[in-house]
Design a protein around this ligand. Structure first.
Ligand code: PGA
Length: 241
């Protein structure tokens, strides 16, 4: 049985004060699923103190262990502050910061070595979607971003780029089909048994009104949520789908 996991990705939003208030309140609840928040990096050691039942993780980390990489944050530091997870390869990182499948793969391996759960994002652009290339793009991302890793310890997030922050959600049927395709690819790379252990999230305009039907799909085990995770009321509604 795969335990569902819903993670709020706050991106570059919220002050330190507001992050503490939110996580402190949320962390006092108890959940049947895993619930996580990825706040801005600088708040991590502070919100960790009040996280209670919430998993707290980073939105990115560097793909080198240490060294001359000005402005970057190492996985060693995430380990030192007991970060529960780290998002890797989010489409905004792939798009604006030239994140490649190779760097995503390197980060995933380092995170697993550090015993931090990687949340590895894949997803096609609008252009690729309209050209009917979704499976081709996803296959390439999965094959290269998730090669030679302890796959059962990873979470994979399928986030069609055209659905992020746009209000457009992939239909439940499309989301399920692509998540199923991802599991089939993982089964080819590893084994069916290993692939069946991997939790696959859907992300892209997830909100309280659509979470229920997404979570009812057999290959969708959770969600990566941007906008709807910023308000505590809507996020609570969402995790209690
Ligand atoms: P959204 O973002 O829910 O605002 O579409 C999702 C994400 O980027 O993870």
């Amino acid at each position: 049985m795969r335990k569902p996991i819903i993670i709020g990705n706050w991106k570059m939003n919220k002050s330190i004060h507001d992050s503490i208030i939110f996580i402190d309140e949320l962390g006092k609840d108890s959940f049947e699923i895993e619930v996580g928040i990825a706040p801005q990096m600088i708040t991590l050691p502070i919100v960790n103190e009040v996280k209670g039942n919430v998993l707290v993780g980073a939105q990115n980390a560097n793909d080198h262990l240490e060294g001359a990489y000005t402005g970057e944050v190492s996985i060693a530091l995430l380990q030192e502050i007991n970060s529960d997870f780290c998002i890797v390869g989010h489409s905004e990182r792939r798009q604006y910061y030239n994140e490649t499948n190779k760097s995503v793969n390197d980060k995933t391996k380092l995170l697993l070595d550090a015993k931090i759960m990687p949340v590895v994002c894949v997803g096609e652009s609008l252009e690729e979607y309209e050209a009917g290339k979704t499976n081709e793009v996803i296959k390439e991302q999965i094959n290269n971003s998730l090669a030679d890793v302890s796959i059962a310890d990873c979470v994979v997030a399928y986030e069609p780029v055209w659905a992020i922050g746009t209000g457009k959600t992939a239909t439940t049927q499309t989301a399920q089909e692509v998540c199923k395709f991802i599991r089939e690819e993982l089964a080819k790379m590893y084994s069916q048994e290993e692939a069946d252990k991997v939790r696959i999230q859907y992300g892209g305009s997830v909100k309280p009104s659509n979470i229920g039907e997404l979570m009812a799909c057999p290959d969708i085990d959770g969600a990566l949520v941007g906008g709807a995770s910023l308000e505590i009321a809507s996020f609570k509604e969402l995790i209690n789908y």
